[in-house]
Ligand binder design. Structure first.
Ligand code: CDV
Length: 357
């Protein structure tokens, strides 16, 4: 048996119905899922994107005061103020009590030293062995639009209005305390190639938020840092009146694309991934479920069965990442970055010239 086993979970949340739903109500649901996780021996729980509130980018909100109430303040002197906020503290305290690491998403209002204010769609990672947040990720790929869709009755997706694209990139990190006997930096045996330490340290983690999971670029940035476990929370529209197909057809297709993205990303970067939905009918629209845990071969090893609050969990073996990392996706042997410059030099599509008659 590998010593790199650990039990992990996605805490799917059913709907947080409307803008005025008290956060304490949602927090209590999250704490209940955490308690269930403890009973199952789980060591790491992932909660959804914008976990504490309804998916507010689905609303047109004119009042700046009302918008401000949906965000958690942070600043250079208190980058992780969220965990002291009454909106999250009871969850963090429960995680500490139960010795479970957690990752969760929220709206972050960042006030820089020069007084400028920027709003991000953010996730943090709280380590119970460190008793602090050890990583923050700000959503890079913001879907939707800035100006509301003027057509009556449509489902709005206004993330470009509510948030600024994340500025932290895709920074992997090691989470201590999850794997016993993990190799540490004071490791004293002779190191010859640097490769003999790979896959032996504390687990290498990274975070994405919702739409990011559809973009191979983010996954590969993490893949290049040796990621073993990717964490992602989401609020994904199940169907919308302005799109073609019946509600059932749209939802089936949305779930298909969700699974396709998560399975491909895990396989192509030889890592596990955990995906936590906020699901069901919120007032602005309907959200898919499909919370899952995916293995490094791209197989789904656990998946939610409902659209409500549901804990899904699995015991994973990080040793299983080594096969893909050492063979098909041994990047050092097979990548050809000299041919990839287009990926960073170009944003939109540039088609080849039209052919002559
Ligand atoms: N919250 C999201 O990022 N939602 C998008 C939808 C709008 C496509 C997603 O990628 O799931």
């Amino acid at each position: 048996m590998s010593s790199r086993q650990l039990t992990v979970a996605a805490a799917q949340l059913g709907p947080v119905r409307c803008l005025t739903t008290p956060r304490r109500k949602t927090l209590d649901r999250m704490i209940k899922l955490l308690e269930e996780a403890a009973e199952k021996g789980v060591k790491l729980v992932v909660f959804p994107e914008l976990a504490f509130t309804t998916f507010f980018p689905g609303y047109i909100i004119e009042s700046p005061e009302e918008v401000a109430r949906l965000f958690e303040p942070a600043s250079p002197s208190e980058p992780y103020a969220i965990i002291e906020s009454s909106h999250a503290k009871p969850l963090v305290e429960k995680a500490s009590e139960l010795s479970i690491d957690i990752s969760f998403g929220y709206g972050e209002r960042w006030t820089a030293d020069d007084g400028s204010v920027t709003d991000y769609n953010t996730a943090v990672y709280y380590s119970t062995s460190e008793q602090k947040c050890i990583a923050k990720y700000r959503k890079v790929h913001l879907p939707g639009r800035y100006e509301p869709d003027p057509r009556p009755g449509v489902t709005q997706q206004l993330e470009k209005r509510f948030f600024t694209p994340g500025d932290l990139g895709f920074q992997a990190f090691r989470a201590p305390g999850l794997i016993k006997g993990a190799l540490k930096a004071d490791y004293s045996a002779p190191v010859t190639s640097g490769q003999e330490t790979q896959g032996r340290g504390d687990p290498i983690l990274g975070m994405l938020i919702c739409n990011d999971r559809r973009w191979a670029e983010g996954w590969r940035c993490y893949g290049l840092q040796g990621i073993e476990l990717l964490l992602e929370g989401y609020n994904t529209t199940a169907f919308a009146p302005q799109y073609e197909g019946t509600n059932e057809e749209q939802e089936e297709e949305a779930l298909f694309h969700h699974r396709l993205s998560c399975q491909a990303g895990s396989y192509q970067n030889a890592c596990y991934s955990i995906h936590a939905a906020k699901a069901g009918e919120e007032d602005h629209g309907s959200l898919i479920a499909g919370s899952s845990i995916v293995d490094p071969n791209g197989h789904i090893v656990a998946e939610s069965k409902t659209k409500g609050d549901e804990l899904i969990y699995a015991t994973i073996d990080l040793e299983k990442c080594r096969k893909g990392k050492g063979r098909v996706f041994a990047f050092d042997m097979h990548r050809r970055p000299e041919h990839y410059s287009r990926l960073v030099e170009q944003v939109g599509v540039r088609e080849p010239e039209l052919l002559s008659k």
